[in-house]
Design a protein around this ligand. Structure first.
Ligand code: NAP
Length: 454
């Protein structure tokens, strides 16, 4: 892959890139099927991604007619990287085995004894399949992770409703934490020209998810003046959610767990912030019993900051917070949920939901249109990347462990073919116009924030 790296750095023409042969193997981060039991009996907190993630050469897979082969310059860690590396809540080989049973030859390729993971990426197209129309060799792209078959009729209202919808690099193989990746042409979007490879690579998964949850008609259709409670407001999806609330004329109320994070949010323009560590909320008296008086205390804190209950709650911690989220939502308001980091068996008091006509709505990633629109906002400098730290592909275990331990901010980037940070910026004029300060806000705080409590 060295020849490709050099060619890309030298801005080689499509013809030059075409003339370089694709190697037989490439460097990739993967988990191994024969190791899925390695953490058996351990609590999640003691499972260590540095032990389960390997970085080695694997064979280059065969490309389908609707696919492209992309040289990955950078990628990022997502929470699904954590899930895959811990083999929780189930080993992702279950997804690959299901693909292995498919009648499609192309689906069956994914069922291998190793799973190359990663659901984000920025890079350069090296080869296009015969059915690819809108993209060509040499195009600089970012990749979104909605992996759907566009010949499936069930996906043609909203592709997230497609019966066989999957997340690339989590429920499929050949993901983005590698020097090469194989993706469907309908996952491609233009790379933001004013960003480095790693700044460009960190957005697609989390930014598109937050866009669908808050902005899209498939989510909350956020309106000016609304109040939005955002859990984990400096985390991967929370950091974009805050920006969408601010851009849309709403009032975000960010919940975080340290003073540094409070400061970061203030710098981002979010005035109303709750430090949950300082407040020491105990929504659960014990493992089985929630404490309504603590929900009430939390609700009062929100009202004292913004004068009213939140119209929308951006919910993803799950079991630990869901009861409180339902309680504090305004009469007629909406709880938007996309995850359950702290446990997926949720409990809440249904009386507080129905008597006050609240709605729980679910969301999952984003369809191509939503991902495209969210990427356009990044391209135009209206939403900023929230990259706080960058690691090499070799250090992928370390980087994943940071996210696992909630010791990171925003997004953690991974350099794949890019040799060092800050490469790949093409439009310096736009970068200057958007403002270096805004683009690198999370990176500046990333240096000071080392740990937080769960
Ligand atoms: P992240 O970067 O780790 O951020 C999550 C934030 O949640 C943390 O920064 C933490 O913030 C907060 N948090 C953790 N434990 C908490 C607790 N007990 N109570 C309250 N807040 C807590 O992860 P992410 O990328 O934002 O992802 C969050 C979740 O969404 C993950 O489960 C992920 O798998 C899921 N997700 C789903 C989709 C989808 O399409 N469905 C897409 C992206 C992510 P503080 O410590 O500062 O409070």
């Amino acid at each position: 892959m060295n020849s490709f790296r050099q060619a890309i750095e030298a801005e080689a023409s499509p013809e030059e890139l075409r003339s370089i042969p694709i190697p037989e193997t490439y460097r990739a981060a993967f988990v191994r099927k024969d190791e899925v039991a390695m953490f058996e009996g351990l609590p999640s907190s003691e499972k260590d991604p540095r032990k389960s993630l390997h970085v080695e050469e694997v064979p280059v897979p065969e490309m389908a007619p609707d696919e492209v082969l992309v040289a990955v310059m950078a990628s990022s860690i997502n929470y699904n990287t954590v899930w895959t590396s811990l083999f929780e809540p189930l080993p992702t080989f279950a997804f690959l085995e299901r693909l292995g049973k498919s009648s499609s030859y192309w689906n069956r390729r994914h069922d291998l004894p190793y799973h190359v993971l990663g659901s984000d990426g920025s890079g350069v197209i090296l080869r296009t399949g015969s059915a690819v129309r809108n993209w060509k060799i040499g195009d600089k792209v970012v990749i979104h992770c909605n992996y759907v078959d566009d010949q499936d009729p069930t996906g043609h209202d909203d592709s997230m409703l497609s019966y066989d919808q999957k997340i690339w690099g989590f429920e499929s193989n050949f993901g983005g934490l590698a020097d090469l990746t194989l993706v469907k042409a309908n996952q491609l979007m233009p790379k933001p020209t004013h960003l480095s490879w790693e700044e460009a690579a960190c957005n697609a998964l989390c930014n598109s998810t937050s866009y669908r949850m808050l902005v899209s008609k498939n989510g909350a259709s956020l309106k000016q003046g609304q109040r939005v409670l955002i859990w984990g407001a400096t985390g991967g999806i929370g950091g974009y959610a805050v920006q969408y609330a601010l851009n849309g004329g709403a009032t975000p109320i960010g919940v975080v767990s340290s003073e540094d994070k409070v400061e970061l949010l203030h710098d981002l323009g979010c005035e109303a912030v709750i430090n949950r560590s300082e407040k020491k909320y105990r929504f659960w008296k014990d493992e089985h019993t929630q404490d309504e008086s603590e929900w009430r205390r939390f609700g009062k804190d929100i009202r004292s900051l913004v004068g009213d209950d939140p119209d929308i709650v951006f919910e993803h911690p799950g079991r630990q917070t869901f009861g409180a989220s339902v309680f504090v939502t305004k009469r007629g308001g909406l709880i938007m949920t996309c995850a359950a980091t702290t446990g997926y068996m949720i409990e809440y008091d249904n009386r507080h939901l129905w008597m006050k006509l609240k709605t729980i709505k679910s969301s999952h990633f984003a369809n191509y249109r939503e991902a495209w629109d969210a990427n356009k906002l990044i391209c135009e400098g209206k939403i900023q990347p929230i990259l706080s730290a960058t690691y090499s592909l070799q250090q992928v275990g370390e980087a994943t462990n940071l996210v696992h331990k909630n010791q990171h901010e925003g997004k953690v980037g991974i350099l794949c073919l890019a040799e060092k940070p800050n490469m790949g910026i093409d439009n310096h004029e736009l970068r200057e116009k958007v403002g270096e300060d805004k683009i690198t806000l999370f990176a500046r705080y990333g240096k000071t924030i080392g740990s937080s409590n769960n």
